[in-house]
Design a protein around this ligand. Structure first.
Ligand code: HEM
Length: 494
């Protein structure tokens, strides 16, 4: 039978209607039946163009700026898709605290931490085993040995070595020396801290390898081999330094300690040996220690000092406060809350507020919720959740001019005004930083020793005055970092 024109028109009309009905069916089926309706309060998703890739490239280019802009656009909670992962970001103080405390037990620390462990120490298939050992045996050892009651074994040695380490910048010809501030901080603390933890056989010549590893950490965390090459080599060199450090002890029955190594290191090594991990993995675990001890602390001290160096008035006030403290007290009273110089204390709190980035990342093992401002925000199984404490520390409703570094923000006023809420740089709950007491102690002590010994001024004040070095926006976990040299002139104080 031949088709007439009207039959063809009729047929194509019915096909169009059929196609439309089919499309409606597929949409309804996929959005209502296959994909259930989103639960109430589901976070808004940051829009993206390509599935799976999501916002990866935008985020990876400048994570700090992305987090800032997304917070401004989407508020207290939102969702980012990136490289096949969904990450719910929480920017509310109680929400961030409830991620760390995780009373639901559905927010797992392990998966995220194993990525960090892999980035820093490069563990292979043994990573799960090492992680269990860290959680069950080694972190509890560190927690006890670095508690305020016992930490003096480590901090006592750090305190006695810092002045000697600072002497190395002294030149007899009374001229000011031009130096990079990060080296003025990093070198003495690396030497003093590492000798205190590991004893005199620790390879101090590993300093530059450590610096390189630390600066390539964001690339190592992406696990993309081609962008992390230099970081991987630095990591290999660090592990090999530490393997050599333990080589002799590892070959013995372990009854004799490594000379002058701290209790923290010896008890941890003993646990590692008893658990029969390889020597390489034991060295990787020590590398994790070393990184935990140094990385964030150096940069906190760096930001504290850069702010003082660019602001001469604050520097003058700080020096005069330190002088009057030293006239009345011994340095050992620095940690005594009745004696700690108030401006120094305020400057440390302000640094911890200003320079802390995101501190808490977890993975949902089951559908769960994080309560944000009284609202339960659903987190679906398989999603990550990130506590953006920087957004909390920069809330303009809580902190006046939050992007400014106000050195006396935390100095208690004699009027009725409430002091600003203390920052939360250490996380909370089970995984709260075990080195926090040592970190604050070392920040106080180092600042006092350095500023009592040397005058520090910027090398090249620009026409509009000296500036804070630029922030490296790729580092969004832990503390703000800078990869820019900050040259200073150091001259011995009379
Ligand atoms: C200013 C310096 C420091 C900052 C800002 C800092 C920050 C943090 C934060 C936020 C956490 C918790 C991460 C989470 O909840 O997932 C943490 C954990 C940890 N920190 Fe620190 N930290 C600093 C110094 C130190 C020092 C000096 C040590 C000494 C060894 C240290 C050792 C550790 C360890 C071992 C953990 C893991 C605890 C666990 O998972 O149970 N940290 N740190």
């Amino acid at each position: 039978m031949a088709f007439t024109q009207s039959m063809v028109l009729n047929l194509s009309g019915s096909a169009a209607v059929g196609l439309f009905a089919f499309a409606v069916f597929v949409y309804t089926y996929s959005s209502r039946i296959v994909k259930p309706r989103d639960p109430p309060n589901t976070p808004i998703t940051v829009p993206y163009l390509f599935p799976w890739i999501g916002s990866f490239f935008t985020f990876n280019k400048d994570p700090l700026e992305c987090l800032k802009q997304y917070h401004l656009s989407y508020g207290k909670y939102y969702k980012i898709y990136a490289a096949g992962r969904a990450v719910v970001v929480i920017t509310d103080p109680d929400g961030v605290a409830s991620i760390s405390r995780d009373t639901t037990k559905h927010l797992d620390h392990k998966l995220v931490f194993s990525q960090i462990l892999h980035g820093i120490a490069g563990f292979g298939s043994s990573i799960d085993f090492i992680q269990d050992l860290l959680d069950s045996k080694i972190f509890p050892i560190v927690k006890t040995s670095l508690s305020p009651a016992l930490m003096s074994e480590v901090t006592g040695t750090v305190d006695s070595l810092i002045p000697l380490e600072l002497e190395r910048f002294y030149t007899s010809n009374s001229k000011a020396t031009s130096l990079n501030l990060l080296e003025v901080i990093g070198r003495p603390i690396y030497n003093a801290g590492s000798l205190a933890l590991f004893g005199p056989t620790f390879p101090l010549d590993s300093f530059h390898d450590f610096l390189e590893l630390d600066s390539f950490l964001p690339q190592l965390l992406t696990r993309l081999p081609f962008i992390a090459q230099r970081g991987r080599f630095a990591r290999l060199r660090m592990v090999s330094h530490l393997e050599k450090y333990i080589e002799e002890w590892w070959a013995t029955d372990g009854t004799q300690d490594i000379p002058h190594a701290s209790t923290t290191v010896m008890l941890s090594l003993t646990e590692l040996k008893a658990a029969q991990v390889s020597r390489r993995d034991a060295a990787g675990t020590l590398l994790l220690f070393l990184w935990g001890f140094h990385s964030n602390m150096w940069f906190m001290i760096f930001w504290l000092l850069t702010h003082l160096v660019v602001d001469r008035t604050s520097m003058t006030r700080m020096i005069s406060e330190i002088e009057s403290f030293r006239a009345k007290h011994s340095l050992d009273q620095l940690d005594d809350p009745h004696c700690t110089p108030p401006l120094l204390e305020s400057a440390i709190q302000e640094t911890l507020r200003w320079a802390t980035t995101s501190t808490t990342a977890r993975y949902a093992t089951e559908d769960t919720a994080v309560v944000v401002d009284g609202t339960p925000v659903p987190i679906m199984k398989g999603e990550y959740v990130l506590g953006d404490i920087r957004a909390v520390h920069y809330d303009p409703e809580v902190y006046e001019h939050p992007y400014e570094f106000k050195i006396d923000r935390y100095v208690t006023k004699n009027d009725d005004r409430l002091a600003a809420p203390k920052p939360s740089p250490w996380g909370r709950g089970k995984h709260m930083c075990v080195g926090r007491h040592v970190a604050v102690h070392a920040m106080r002590r180092f600042a006092v020793e350095l500023l009592s010994t040397y005058d520090i001024v910027p090398t090249k004040p620009s026409s509009d005055g000296p500036k804070i070095p630029s922030i490296n926006t790729r580092h969004f976990l832990g503390s703000l970092k800078s990869t820019e040299d900050f040259q200073i002139l150091l001259s011995r104080r009379a």
